[in-house]
Unconditional design. Sequence first.
Length: 141
Amino acid sequence: MELVHLLRAVTVEFGLRQQEFAARNGMHLTDVRALICLLDADRAGEPASAGLLGARLGVNSAGTTAVIDRLERLGHVVRVRDPQDRRRVLLRVSPAAVELGRAFFGPLIDGLLDAVGTFSAPERDTIRRFLTAAQSVFTAQ
């Protein structure tokens, strides 16, 4: 149970940092989650449509549109035509939003990378297996 409690403590702290970031930048917590979803999709090479975003956020069509509109007004998201299908609109996180996130979360990420650097490759593999299993448990719900 100690690992479960530690994982919960980390997620609570991370959630608090997300809340702080949202408040500082005039966003809702859902907006921050949306940016994370869009960045994850980009990293995975997935085309990020409004439908994908809504499904990942668990938000209906009207709610998804409201999130996208807010993020677009703030300059954090741009809508672009899909080069493969010009009828479809894709979402991209703006470079300014990436920099804003990096300025806030960068020191935390650097701290985590420093901490991970103290573990051996087999230990990092064990951590990866645990976090992957934990993610699977939560996404299966």
